[in-house]
Design a protein around this ligand. Sequence first.
Ligand code: ATP
Ligand code: MG
Length: 658
Amino acid sequence: MAPETPGRETQETLSNLLRETRRFAPPADLAAAANVTADAYDEAANDRLGFWERAADRLSWGQRWETTLEWNPPFAKWFLGGTLNVAYNCVDRHVEAGRGDKVAYYWEGEPDGDSRTLTYSDLLREVGKAANALTELGVGKGDRVAIYMPMIPELPIAMLACARIGAIHSVVFGGFSASALSGRIQDADAKLVITADGGYRRGAPSALKPTVDEAVALCPGIEHVLVVRRTGEDVQVTDKDVWWHDVVERQSERHEVVQHDAEDPLYILYTSGTTGKPKGILHTTGGYLTQVAWTHHAVFDLKPESDVYWCTADIGWVTGHSYIVYGPLANGATSVIYEGTPDTPHKGRFWEIVQKYGVTILYTAPTAIRTFMKWGDDIPAKYDMATLRVLGSVGEPINPEAYVWYREHIGGNRSPVVDTWWQTETGAIMISPLPGVTSAKPGAAMRPLPGVIADVVDDQAKSVPDGGGGFLVIREPWPSMLRGIWGDDKRYTDTYWSRFDGMYFAGDGAKRDQDGDLWLLGRVDDVMLVSGHNISTTEVESALVSHPKVAEAAVVGATDPITGQAIVAFVILRGSAEEGADIAKELRGHVSTALGPIAKPRQILVVPELPKTRSGKIMRRLLRDVAENRSIGDVTTLADSSVMSLISEKLPSASSED
Ligand code: ATP
Ligand code: MG
């Protein structure tokens, strides 16, 4: 069995405990003008490959493909024989069509008043110069380029310049340590690093260059470090360093487009590392761009003429790659990019940006939504957000309470929420409502998108009936699927393709409700086995979050002499709630009422913080170590490793009696 799959065999499929009866129909005006209607499901069901061919035809190809799909499990090739240039599709073609003056990015720096506007013509010039600079620095097709940058316009420009010349970028999130960066540089054998002196975080310059120096000292394969000046702080200059404003600025703005093969690599991106050692996920060109562009058009109902779209993710994660850079640009969208944190200089910063640019579509993560809930309803209420018309969520299961809060306090009870399930590996959204079609349920990702064949199976690989829970799998290849793990075909096969014969194993649990709609239930590694019942972390956490005193919750299964495993819950209280003596009893009773006595936590610990990855996801395996009194495992992917000692201190006072 693969290292990432659960080490424990399950006796039954996942329990289905949560009952949710709220429904939100699509707004009539949105439905009437929607980019994609219900017909798309039938169209794709009748002819899946034909459906993806039509999606591919939304792009501009040098040479049209000959074979739509070649599938030698587990290796897929899409649009064989086709050639295209991703940067041309994202930039040039919009300028050629007369839309050069259209804004591609409104960039908002963290310091007040620091902003830039880039039109598609601006982007064409900047990408052309950067592509010429990369060539001058000796970077050619197939070479790997590590990118370690703050959220500034040079980041997408650098990515597009790589794509233009066929170099493979590996963006490493700017919050990672020197050892995480050097490990990723070495794994991909990169020859160039693109970085900046620093960026602004929480009201102050935050240096990046010293981390790069430390990492590059361990990477003899790096020939040059290309440095953008952003903060203007002093940096130590090494003999490998060249400044962006020297090398890029003096280049010609013209760069002749070259076509690349549809299956040429586009990028490597390491997963966020919630479950352990990150994997270098490889994505290629034609299929990837096809699916990110189509899903961005369909799931967000993007109207390039009138929408202002904002995805708040960091470009260092796949959400930023697919839905800040490639999808929106391929569709000719106008997007917002924000450099900083949501609480700088004040907790209304996001809503101020929505108001300033008239954002119509907002895409963010449950971790952010729960934080905004904790900060209070009065903050977003101060801003005019009447322009918003579609809201998206990604990264973790969204608790129904958080969904309803998001819809009401951000979306004015008018904007549909699309809960989008996907992974670094899938490249693009796979399971999601369509905002003009789906009557959505809070907390459910609902249906696989047209052209995606997802299923929930039991441990014998049989589809579970409606009302059942189990393992989420994808039964057929999809255009933006990963083409492997960089340099490790065996890990690719073991991790994703050996759990169930011929199916992609996503590693997530899910249930199919009585209507056939899908609910994501968290990672299968985290499933708790209590008295012979497999209980998902998500359902218990959602029950806790539905209590008015709870802002956030994480639950784990800890070894228990009687029940096999018992549920231990870690909760953060809302700002106004008191940590009274009875809180544990109250919350245990609340969960028992909501889900049944089987799901009642043995212990409730009130904690100040939860351990999260740098992308904001809760890391339950570390909490399991705490709950079982073990020494705490690998914390290198944690955003803040001091959180663990704060939590451990809480342990002795835990109440477990009823
Ligand atoms: P690693 O694979 O290294 O542990 P990771 O899985 O956190 O890291 P990502 O690819 O960024 O890295 O995250 C994908 C995972 O995020 C999914 O497998 C799922 O667990 C979770 N996820 C993403 N979107 C949703 C969603 N809408 N609902 C539920 N879970 C989601
Ligand atoms: Mg994963």
